[in-house]
Design a protein around this ligand. Structure first.
Ligand code: AMP
Ligand code: GLY
Length: 420
């Protein structure tokens, strides 16, 4: 079948790499893609938030399956448009994508399904919000309700920070995403992510991971989209995973179905774990980036079978083949990221680094200029490796990244520290 992937990051390169290995895939397209994706897919310049444009492209190129990478097109209803045109689609409806697009919605789903999460209150006006945080005291967490590119959360250690955060959000720092604010109890513990496919009814866990959100070694510096990840996450033990499914994930999927907005796609659950008890921090309605890179490295070609079964409502027929292995990815970012950085700087030394299924350099913000690869984004490359142990995967990934020549890049030297 012909397949289209929407997106242009390291996440979409990892998806394209895995899908392309499956014999069911004939021609693979990616919109808009990047220089790395171009090695495994035909990149096409489409507006991925425009459902009509995507549907028209699918008709023209006989696309039978679409995989939606980022949250933007999901929240914009692109999956709905594709399904209305009878195109098999991996990704939730706009109604189900509310699990990421509105934090207040997710809290209400947790209430309705009894899922453990932080205590909270919602506000649409500054004064009562300030009164509430003052009464609760710090530490406390202030969140813009809507999609804010990962920047709408203030984990306030002091009351002043919380009040400043509220003033920013209600002052319009996040536009309409900040029209409502969720104020949450601060949760203490270790964070981990859990990825589950849901076809609306059945669920299939596809792996756990931990991200590194801060820019620099030792978890210092500003928050980023993620500077590296590994899978599996040791804190997500069998006991914690079983609890997370029974108390949080399955009740969410059941509640979404009960409301007539079944959740279909990958559900990315962020947990805070303390004393063996997971509590929900947030849901995302897409794969994590760079978490997807380590999941795809471990799943390989069978990822396509699982995503197809998910889209068809047949997840109960899927049996994943798990190697008892580990994967780790290091993000190579442009100096300056997550603030301003230089663009179009050349990267050398990429040839010959990929090693079958053991090492793969996934591209995020790159473009090709003849034979030269240029860095065009903040997060630029994801050097990803597998191993029999996390240490082995890590050693492989660091050995590979050291061979890359890029004067304008930086990476963390301590990816995986928590687990090792
Ligand atoms: P979110 O966008 O909701 O995932 O929040 C971003 C990050 O803020 C999370 O990954 C956590 O590190 C932190 N965070 C969010 N909510 C809480 C909470 N209630 N308690 C402690 N940390 C939190
Ligand atoms: N790496 C975090 C995210 O994708 O949201």
């Amino acid at each position: 079948m012909n397949i289209l992937i929407l997106g242009s990051g390291g996440r979409e390169h990892a998806l394209a790499w895995a899908v392309n290995q499956n014999p069911k895939c004939d021609t693979l397209f990616c919109a808009p893609g990047n220089a790395g994706i171009a090695a495994v897919a035909t990149c096409v310049d489409l507006n991925i938030d425009n459902g009509a444009e995507i549907v028209a492209f699918c008709a023209q190129h006989k696309i039978e399956f679409v995989i939606v990478g980022p949250e933007g097109p999901l929240a914009a209803g692109v999956s709905d448009d594709l399904r209305a045109a009878n195109i098999l689609t991996f990704g939730p409806s706009a109604a189900a994508a509310q699990l990421e697009a509105s934090k207040a919605f997710t809290k209400e789903i947790c209430d309705a399904s009894g899922a453990p999460t932080a205590a909270y209150a919602c506000f649409t006006e500054l004064v009562p919000a300030i009164e509430y945080v003052t009464a609760q005291g710090a530490p406390i967490v202030v969140k813009a309700d809507g999609l804010a590119g990962g920047k709408g959360v203030i984990v306030a250690m002091t009351l002043d920070e919380a009040i400043d955060g509220l003033r920013d959000i209600f002052g319009g720092a996040f536009g309409t995403a900040g029209a409502e604010v969720v104020i949450e109890e601060f949760m203490d513990g270790e964070e981990a992510s859990f990825f589950i496919l849901s076809d609306g009814k059945n669920i299939l866990p596809i792996g756990t991971a931990q991200d590194h959100k801060r820019a620099y070694d030792g978890d210092k510096g500003p928050n980023t989209g993620g500077m590296g990840a590994y899978s599996p996450a040791p804190v997500m033990s069998h006991v914690v995973t079983t609890k997370a499914i029974a108390e949080i994930v399955q009740p969410t999927v059941d509640e979404m179905a009960r409301r007539g907005t079944p959740y279909q796609g990958v559900l990315y659950a962020g947990f805070m774990i303390k004393d063996g008890q997971p509590r929900l921090v947030e849901y995302n309605v897409r794969f994590g980036d760079p978490e997807c890179q380590v999941l795809m490295m471990r799943l390989g070609a069978q990822a396509l079978d699982a995503m197809l079964a998910c889209a068809k409502g047949e997840l109960d027929t899927v049996q994943l083949n798990w190697a008892d292995d580990h994967a780790l990815t290091i993000v190579y970012a442009a100096k300056g990221y997550p603030a301003a950085y230089e663009k179009n700087t050349p990267i050398k030394g990429l040839d010959g680094l990929n090693d079958a299924s053991m090492i793969h350099v996934f591209h995020a913000g790159t473009k090709a200029d003849g034979d030269t690869v240029l860095a065009t984004g903040g997060r630029v490359l994801n050097v990803t490796a597998r191993g029999a142990s996390l240490q082995e995967a890590r050693d492989r990934a660091y050995a590979a990244i050291e061979k890359i020549e890029w004067d304008n890049g930086f990476y963390r030297n301590d990816i995986g520290w928590r687990a090792l």
